[in-house]
Design a protein around this ligand. Structure first.
Ligand code: ZN
Length: 281
């Protein structure tokens, strides 16, 4: 198995919304914000090559929306989606599987682009199956006022129209050494990859634990649809990870790629923070 991680782009988001009920006095000590209360998040995507599959986990925002939409996102830095793949030796046609943790715009937008004429949409990865959980798919196409800004038709419907959509019903192994955890607190059917690599287990924590600062059980995003479920799911993931010496991989943390865990008097916390490259050398 080959595995790598790259930042598609960084963006800015309201720090208060990212830490929910936690007072700024507390969260700003562990995650820095600017004068507008914005914090920087990365869009770290994972590439996993295993037994004939080249799997891309999440695709970032993409570029289909207008300038006004992206003005609020403050995109900067990163390698770009196709740039990051190219830097690791992959073209869009090499990707066999696009694994979408969920269908919020910052996770799936890069998988669909406008056609050359600009009138239609096409897949960015023409040879890939696009994997989404059935629970998330059904929830996203129905949409709701809370997530309306995040579920954008142009990111979602073209996947189905292309015939490349594969719906996943339950947890378990999807590819050799690559299995799926299913969560429902952030949004129904959020899928987290769990990867067996070189004798280690990596858990890509996506929007369940977006940054290392979100490890404390009640440090959660206001975006979560069901906050009590998020707490239960985090407890399960963190306990399992602690007991089995698993490594967490963060999608959105500006400063921390990976960590292992330890039990402290306050609960489960990050022990050592490191880059994924430490494991792949
Ligand atoms: Zn999300």
């Amino acid at each position: 198995m080959k595995i790598s991680l790259f930042n598609i782009a960084s963006f800015k988001i309201d720090g208060g919304a990212m830490f929910g009920v936690v007072p700024k006095l507390l969260w700003s000590r562990v995650y820095k914000s600017d004068s507008d209360n914005l914090i920087v998040l990365t869009l770290r995507s994972l590439i996993v090559e295993t037994e004939g599959h080249v799997i891309l986990v999440d695709t970032g925002w993409g570029d289909k929306q207008d300038e006004k939409f992206f003005r609020h996102v403050h995109l900067h830095g990163g390698e770009g989606l196709l740039g990051g793949l190219k830097n690791r030796g992959y073209g869009p046609e090499d990707i066999t599987d696009v694994f979408l943790t969920h269908l919020h715009a910052d996770h799936c937008g890069g998988g669909v682009e406008k056609t050359a004429g600009g009138n239609g949409y096409q897949l960015v990865f023409p040879n890939a199956a696009y994997h989404v959980s059935r629970a998330q798919w059904e929830w996203a196409v129905k949409n709701n006022p809370r997530e309306a800004d995040a579920f954008l038709e142009e990111n979602i419907l073209p996947i189905q129209q292309s015939g490349h959509l594969n719906l996943i019903d339950e947890e378990g192994e999807l590819f050799p050494g690559f299995s799926v955890l299913m969560c429902f607190g952030h949004t129904p059917g959020l899928m987290l990859p769990v990867i067996e690599y070189n004798g280690k287990t990596l858990v890509y924590t996506g929007d369940l634990i977006p940054t290392a600062a979100h490890i404390p059980l009640i440090w959660n995003m206001s975006y979560d649809i069901e906050s009590l479920k998020t707490i239960e799911e985090k407890e399960r993931v963190l306990k399992t990870a602690l007991e089995n010496n698993q490594i967490l991989v963060f999608q959105h943390d500006e400063n921390v790629e990976c960590c292992n865990l330890e039990l402290t008097q306050k609960g489960i916390r990050a022990k050592e923070k490191f880059d994924l490259a430490l494991l792949t050398k």
